[in-house]
Design a binder for this molecule. Sequence first.
Ligand SMILES: C[S@@+](CC[C@H](N)C(=O)[O-])C[C@H]1O[C@@H](n2cnc3c(N)ncnc32)[C@H](O)[C@@H]1O
Length: 307
Amino acid sequence: MSAPRSVLPPSPPTEGVSEVGSGPSFPESSLTVNQALAQAAALGVDRLDAQWLLAHVLGQSRTWLLTHDDHTLLAEQANTWNALVQRRAAGEPFAYLIGEREFHGLTLQVSPAVLVPRPDTETLVDWALELLTGELAAHPEPEVIDLGTGSGAIALAVKHSHPAARVTALDASPAALAQAQANALRLQLDVAFLPSDWWQAVAGRRYALALSNPPYIAEGDVHLPALAHEPAMALTSGPDGLDAIRHLATAAPAHLLPGAWLLLEHGWDQAGAVRSLLQAAGFEAVATRRDLGAQERCTGGRWPGQR
Ligand SMILES: C[S@@+](CC[C@H](N)C(=O)[O-])C[C@H]1O[C@@H](n2cnc3c(N)ncnc32)[C@H](O)[C@@H]1O
């Protein structure tokens, strides 16, 4: 059975296809929804992932899909589906296949140039927003920096929820910066983007709030093969995974206003080490927050401004 033409996404007629009657006709494949999902299962793709992916290809909701088992895909849709389901079977993140990811209420466009933003990172954003409306509320236009912005997730979420913040975001990857800038433009969020090796491009500038989700996986970690589609420079940082965090923490005081906060995301087993690093660097009120999975995920401290 074919769905009514009106529910099909607008696709251009394929070259060579005859047009009969009042409107263009689109060639159908022989692949039904049911067969496409069976194909995904045979390739080892999770059923829910397959349903979301097929719904995306058809421009329909998952609910629609579940009630249209015998709907036949157009040839163009079948081609797209075949390519995407193979990529998913090869382990490519779902977000890269559909080109976007929800983060803190924003739809961000993502590509293999950037880490796929994780829900865990919303812990850091929520903590940042609490500080901006609480302890840091005396700053009417607080200067905020996001170091290693990737898709722009943290910087854009903070700017979106706290428009008075003057947000700077930096990254050492030109491709990531381009992606972040495109997201800012599309979401109409005014964030300044800088190419920089951590603090290097902002020498002499001081911030009320510094945020980073840096790479923190140890080189050689057993989980890395499962992350092979994401950029290596977004993932690993030295033999214990703490090189970037060590650098960010020790160099931070030169870039923070008195009473400023530094918040760092880290691995589930790195909280103790990060607390020690911040305390050794002179931070006070050092604390750790847990993510939605109850793992210690984010550690921060206040810079007293004595040095
Ligand atoms: C774990 S990703 C985080 C991306 C984004 N902030 C997020 O939370 O989804 C780390 C980011 O740090 C960037 N990065 C790695 N080394 C860097 C460096 N030396 N200076 C600046 N950014 C760096 C990577 O390009 C990557 O975008």
